[in-house]
Write a protein that binds this ligand. Structure first.
Ligand code: AMP
Length: 299
């Protein structure tokens, strides 16, 4: 049982129609690791500056997240600023200060190299090769991208799809990369580039999981107020991969369960700003939502 997550640890400035929060803790690696920590003991590879809060590191450790792979460098932590409109699915990146993330060269500590599952959470696709070369015996490799990489390095993203098993992206990114405005055709096209699963996340509409011979749909939990949608995608991936890490084999049934857990954990993170909801979340709440989900989709 071992899940290694390579991603960002960040400060985020978030503006929603109701509120603005400056420099709160975020990052694709942070969200994914916290979400996965409800299912397994994730290990994180990333980089932070000396300004990253010690109490956040202590909280991550208290959730049994292994931080041996997180380098502390002189300088400032990566800072991202995003703004949401009335529609929480619409997000604008206002600013990206890479800071210490600019020359991030992921290094897997020796104890991480035999990871079962490796997740490349939205890092430069040109860094994937060096990470994969350091890992041995990985049984599943997953990746995520953002629009930025699809627009600036589309060939590298397509090349990397040929080296991973699971590709997570939002529906808009799946269509953009495939060059097809129909999500089903686009998802199937991306499967031809190599991954055995394409997970197209659709915000408040849930997600579609495309496999070679099946399509599985999972709802997002109907929710009447989204406080902050940031990190929903990374948390979905954390729940999905965290569940797969605790089962012996990723059978079709477990893949479907993984998608449900991904959706459930994402439904919690959007209830508060940043990673705050993870401070109080407990396994019983996850179990209760799992039961609620069963009722929601049974007919
Ligand atoms: P999500 O809402 O799941 O797509 O992820 C949001 C998180 O991604 C935020 O906490 C940001 O800090 C992080 N993020 C935004 N841009 C980048 C980037 N270029 N590289 C790595 N992480 C990023």
């Amino acid at each position: 049982m071992s899940l290694v997550i390579v991603g960002s640890l960040a400060f985020d400035t978030i503006e929603t129609p109701k509120e603005r929060r400056e420099r709160i803790v975020g990052g694709s690696g942070t969200y994914c690791a916290l979400a996965a920590s409800f299912f397994t003991k994730p290990r994180v590879v990333g980089v932070i500056g000396r300004d990253f809060p010690k109490r956040t590191l202590a909280f991550l450790r208290s959730r049994d997240i292994d931080l041996k792979g997180v380098e502390v460098r002189p300088g400032k932590t990566f800072h991202w600023e995003g703004r949401y409109g009335e529609d929480p699915n619409q997000r604008t990146t206002v600013r990206t200060d890479l800071n210490v993330f600019a020359d991030f060269k992921p290094r897997l500590p020796p104890s991480y190299r035999s990871a079962d599952i490796l997740y490349l959470a939205n890092i430069d696709p040109d860094l994937h090769g060096s990470v994969l070369a350091q890992a041995k015996k990985t049984r599943l490799v997953a990746m995520d991208t953002i629009r930025y990489w699809i627009e600036t390095k589309p060939d590298a993203v397509v090349r990397e799809l040929g080296r991973v098993d699971v590709y997570f992206a939002n529906d808009e990114e799946v269509k953009l990369l495939a060059g097809d405005s129909n999500l089903v055709r686009a998802g199937k096209k991306l499967l031809k580039y190599g991954p055995s699963l394409v997970v197209a996340k659709k915000g408040e509409h849930g997600a579609l999981v495309f496999g070679r011979d099946f399509v599985f749909g999972v709802l997002a939990r109907p929710c009447d107020e989204v406080v902050d949608p940031t990190g929903a995608g990374d948390s979905f991936a954390g729940g999905f991969l965290g569940h797969l890490d605790r089962v012996p084999r990723p059978t079709g049934r477990e893949l479907r369960r993984a998608a449900v857990y991904g959706s459930i954990i994402a439904s919690f993170v959007i209830e508060d700003f940043g990673v705050d909801r993870f401070l109080t979340l407990c396994p019983e709440e996850i179990d209760a939502r799992y039961r609620e989900f069963r009722k929601l989709v049974s007919f």
